[in-house]
Design a binder for this molecule. Structure first.
Ligand code: TRP
Length: 460
């Protein structure tokens, strides 16, 4: 293993890990689940989950990866024995589930990009009512878009860590950030901004359904790429000298910031545009793809340029996430089964694409795949898999991670890897806090939520 590929610098790691974290979870999913759960109280619960559960687990996963220099399955085996490697396997399977449907949504960015390009050249025309529904149920189009996105993902992971993943995220992430800032500045001049802040920051717990609490917890895992070994895998390519707490904090901070900004931008457009709220009501899932074009083409001075550029960047944000998901599968085949990178990437990509096909056809194209309902309100393969992965598999994986990092890994190893000791070698206050969080608070929080939801408790 002495030839293991590495990130070229700490900055490269932060960007790649932030690239994994910042994705459709922030730009597409967070705004629509927050809308669904009536804002305020949901946002607050989510932020609490990020601090109590997200940050400590982020540190734990990166630490496990960096310590072992192995991806999830062998990393767990090395530190905890054969039984624990099952947690890595569960994580790898979860990654497979997520990548399958994530690719479908990611494919939509290609079509929005093309639409915007077209509008920029030949003028904006308001899409007809129901246009988005027709788009979703168009089988050849959905399959084509997902196939294109899978190919991009496979191509980059094929090129490896430094030469593929890092090289791309280094350009993509800063550009995404700049565009986001431009959008935020634009919406601050719109009339709906006050209502947006009231919606997001005045918690009213009566509005929050019990299932919303599990959803907030699950989303904290999803958006931070935690609970399935992705950060273990990325951490395994981190050099020894880099500070784990510092990079963890930066990734968590950037991810949360982008999610909040995305809500501010989207809600302000919705609150400022008469009639838009009704359109959205019919398809909250499409918020990112329905609301923003109106902003670009009717409100923004340079909207014709920013419009296409924005969807290009959403696509890139999604791409830096899909590559992290595929990297987990590939790293498993490489580290655990000794496969060559190219064979592992191609096989992982192809197997996942089978699941993608089912998801792509579950948006109305094939009614048998689109209309069944296992989880309340989640219809069809895509929504069911999303609910299963983010609300159940990730929190369970995360719970096992806290137990592993807090109770199985010795204090000495954790202290060494996290580097949180003073000149005399004594643990700092930060280390003590981390230990309390990872051993007690985080697992307790996850357990309470999971048990409460299983027993059907209504928190409101
Ligand atoms: N965090 C990404 C997003 O918000 C999605 C993602 C990438 C992910 N890698 C992951 C989710 C690993 C869970 C686990 O879009």
């Amino acid at each position: 293993m002495n030839q293991r590929d590495h990130w070229s610098s700490r900055f490269g790691f932060v960007l790649a890990a932030a690239g994994s974290a910042v994705g459709l979870g922030n730009l597409w999913k967070f705004p629509y689940i927050t809308w669904h759960n009536n804002g305020g109280a949901f946002v607050l619960v989510y932020l609490v989950c990020v601090v109590i559960v997200g940050l400590p687990i982020m540190m734990a996963e990166i630490m496990i990866g960096r310590k072992t220099q192995e991806s999830a399955v062998p990393a767990y085996r090395m530190l905890g024995g054969k039984g624990w490697s099952l947690v890595g396997i569960l994580g790898t399977l979860t990654g497979f589930v997520i990548l399958g449907y994530y690719t479908v949504i990611a494919g939509w960015t290609i079509s929005s990009f093309a639409d915007c390009l077209n509008w920029s050249v030949s003028g904006y025309s308001l899409p007809a009512d129901g246009a988005f529904g027709a788009f979703l149920s168009n089988a050849p189009l959905q399959l084509g878009l997902s196939a294109a996105f899978s190919i991009f993902t496979v191509a980059i992971v094929w090129m490896g860590i430094g030469g593929g993943i890092e090289r791309f995220t280094r350009i993509l992430m800063p550009t995404l950030f700049v565009i986001m800032i431009i959008l935020v500045i634009t919406v601050f001049t719109m009339p709906g901004i006050g209502q947006t802040f009231r919606f997001l920051f005045t918690p009213n717990f009566k509005d929050l359904p019990a299932s919303g609490i599990l959803e907030a917890l699950g989303h904290a895992f999803f958006t931070l790429s935690l609970g399935m070994g992705a950060m273990i895998t990325y951490g395994s390519y981190l050099r020894k000298g880099d500070s784990v707490p510092r990079v963890s904090f930066m990734v968590v901070f950037l991810d949360t910031l982008i999610a909040m900004l995305a809500c501010i931008v989207m809600y302000t457009i919705i609150f400022s545009t008469p009639g838009l709220q009704d359109d959205i009501g019919a398809s909250t899932v499409g918020m990112l793809f329905i609301t923003l074009p109106k902003l670009f083409y009717t409100q923004m001075p340079f909207g014709t340029v920013v419009g296409p550029l924005f969807y290009l960047l959403v696509g890139f944000a999604a791409l830096t996430s899909t590559i992290s998901l595929l990297e987990v599968l590939a790293a498993y085949l490489i580290d655990n089964h000794g496969w060559k990178r190219h064979k592992a990437v191609l096989t992982g990509g192809l197997i996942t694409f089978i699941s993608t096909v089912f998801c792509a056809l579950s948006l109305g194209a094939v009614s048998g795949l689109s209309s069944f309902e296992i989880f309340e309100g989640k219809q069809g393969v895509l929504s069911t898999l999303d609910h299963l992965a983010s609300n159940w598999l990730l929190p369970i994986g995360g719970l096992l991670t806290t137990i592993f990092a807090g109770w199985m890994i010795s204090k000495k190893i954790a202290l060494e890897e996290l580097g949180l000791y003073d000149a005399a070698g004594h643990p700092t206050i930060y280390f003590k806090c981390w230990r309390v969080f990872i051993r007690y608070l985080a697992p307790a929080a996850i357990l309470v939520v999971i048990i409460a939801v299983i027993r059907g408790v209504d928190f409101s």
